[in-house]
Design a protein around this ligand. Structure first.
Ligand SMILES: Nc1ncnc2c1ncn2[C@@H]1O[C@H](COP(=O)(O)OP(=O)(O)OP(=O)(O)O)[C@@H](O)[C@H]1O
Length: 274
């Protein structure tokens, strides 16, 4: 590039000069063999990021893959609840064992380590970032085909730490229709470019409500703009998830492994080809 300043931190161009920040990668635990790491991000909280993370792990597990979830949402961890994991994680001198869900997805979350899961985590950014890095380096994950990282919302300290210290193969952006979707996708794209991580696509949650009588799709939050936003950045729309009371109930009762729905089947196929 003719105008290259050689300062990748202030430029979002994806050129050949950009190199992976290898030196900042945290060491993988010697008892881990993780093949693909997929980050799930969102612009703000509550859009269903943990749900999408959980569903993808469940669907991959149903296909016979070894799956894991690293819950990087340290101040708002919801994965243990979604899988109804109530025991505490244990460890040995060599590291921490992840907790296994009923159907065999391995999970690590701050709530599996705290003596009381209602205890709030009142830590500053760097300490939170360290916890996430330790989830990678100190947890003995064993063989994992697909690890899904449930990121905290936004583009703050912790997502930055995850991108710098974990070998993320790609990220999926979750939005809701009423989000300022173009801006949120744009921010995620620019962050991912800076960190040299590919964006695999966008999932829209709360997309519609299917009428239980006639099946008609009702756009509760107004017409979606996700296609335009995704097209603007050359990204695929991977899935549109309806508002589904059965899904909410499955999350709340910790029964996500029994959910029924084909919305993310295309996303699973895409991940298998990575
Ligand atoms: N499509 C859906 N249909 C019904 N309920 C949903 C749907 N998506 C999410 N929910 C419910 O909304 C709540 C928030 O979802 P979730 O925890 O996945 O959001 P999040 O983006 O991870 O939030 P946070 O960033 O705060 O952790 C959950 O209780 C979940 O059951």
């Amino acid at each position: 590039m003719s105008e290259c300043s050689h300062n990748c931190a202030s430029c979002s161009e994806n050129c050949g000069e950009r190199t992976a920040p290898e030196s900042m990668l945290a060491p993988e635990n010697p008892h881990s063999n993780v093949r693909k790491v997929i980050g799930i991000v969102s612009g703000k909280g509550g859009v269903g990021k943990s749900l999408v993370t959980s569903m993808l792990a469940v669907l991959m597990r149903r296909k016979g893959y070894e799956t894991a979830i690293l819950d990087a949402d340290i101040t708002g961890p919801s994965i243990p609840k979604i899988f109804h994991l109530t025991e505490r994680a244990t460890g040995s001198e060599e590291g921490i064992f992840p907790v296994q869900s009923k159907l065999g997805t391995k999970v690590m979350s701050i709530n599996l380590l705290l003596p009381d899961e209602t205890e709030p985590v009142v830590w500053r950014g760097p300490v939170i970032g360290n916890a996430v890095t330790q989830f990678w380096s100190d947890v003995m994950w064993g063989d994992v085909d697909f690890m899904f990282v449930d990121m905290p919302p936004g583009t703050g300290d912790v997502p930055l730490t995850v991108f710098q210290s974990l070998p993320v193969d790609g990220i999926i952006v979750v939005t809701s229709p009423q989000d300022l979707v173009s801006m949120i996708v744009g921010k995620a794209v620019k962050m991912a470019q800076k960190m040299n991580v590919p964006i695999l696509g966008v999932v829209e949650n709360y997309s519609y409500l299917a009428c239980p009588d006639c099946g008609k799709h009702i756009s509760v939050f107004g017409e979606s703009h996700v296609e335009e936003a995704a097209e603007k950045y050359g990204l695929p729309v991977l899935a549109k998830l309806p508002i589904d009371p059965a899904v909410a109930a499955a999350c709340d009762s910790g029964m996500i492994e029994l959910f029924d729905g084909d919305w993310l089947d295309g996303t699973v196929e895409m991940l298998e080809k990575l």
